[in-house]
Ligand binder design. Sequence first.
Ligand code: P6P
Length: 337
Amino acid sequence: MEQRNKTLGEFIIEHQAAFQYSTGELSKLINAIRLAAKVVNHEVNKAGLIDILGAAGDTNIQGEDQQKLDVLANEKFIQTLKNREIVCGIASEEEDDFISINSHDELHQNKYVVLIDPLDGSSNIDVNVSVGTIFSIYRRITPIGTPVTLQDFLQPGVNQVAAGYVVYGTSTMLVYTTGHGVHGFTLNPAIGTFYLSHPNMEFPEKGNIYSINEGNYVHFPQGVKDYIKYCQMEEEDRPYTSRYIGSLVSDFHRNMIKGGIYIYPKSSKASNGKLRLLYECNPMAFLAEQANGRASNGYQRIMEIQPTELHERVPFFCGSRKMVEKAESFMARYPDT
Ligand code: P6P
């Protein structure tokens, strides 16, 4: 049983040996993310006080208005990771192409690539609703000693060596996995230290919360419409409760603690849904499966999908295993929708 109140630093050192082929680099990488999270947390918490609310006046490759905090969070995570010469490449929701980190690594000896959504849910910033950072870590697959390539980023989620998120909510938490369970650390802002507060997090097998933007109901595939009606029926343990924060990290985090399902399906407005496979769905799927939950596109495991593009989108069903399986049974009735 993990001892609560252990610091994140102590936890990483104690579990260092568990990292496969550990040379300490993965520990250094998690520590770099920890530092960047504290810096971004500081900026998020004071966003209302200085002129970093609102739009940055630019759009990202997704065609979404970049919020000033999006840009700042992106810069902080990239800078922190670059400066530690741990990674050979970074891909970000806020960057059109991947970034090859060759500045000080002429020999390209660093072996990890990181994919990040630096500030997910940023449209919520101006209304003071929680937002998050999502990260996904792989070992490069092209030879060490050569410049990183797109192939190093287009790996299926089953290849992840670590994944996690930071949720900037009523408290700031860092939740991550290296394939040995999911562990949550809460920031004590007074001293800037993350403490182990939620060891071995697991989805309840079932729950009674469903999270989906029902405003898109008319555009959903029939299987999703049928599942929503199933959730709302007066029968057995239903109707379920509808909770949708509009911030993936927050909806996921609540569902993991209380039990529930989050769905962002494809629709007639978005043929592959909205969420990005590489730096939103794969890391959340790794966490979900490590927490005895399930994550699919309605038909197959998210982590088995072979990516073809850096910013590709997939439909996303994620949460308590029995709830995701039930939703999939409705999708199976309409296999070609
Ligand atoms: P909608 C935030 O932009 C995000 O990527 C997720 O965090 C969130 O769950 C979803 O999109 C909200 O999208 O279309 O329901 O506003």
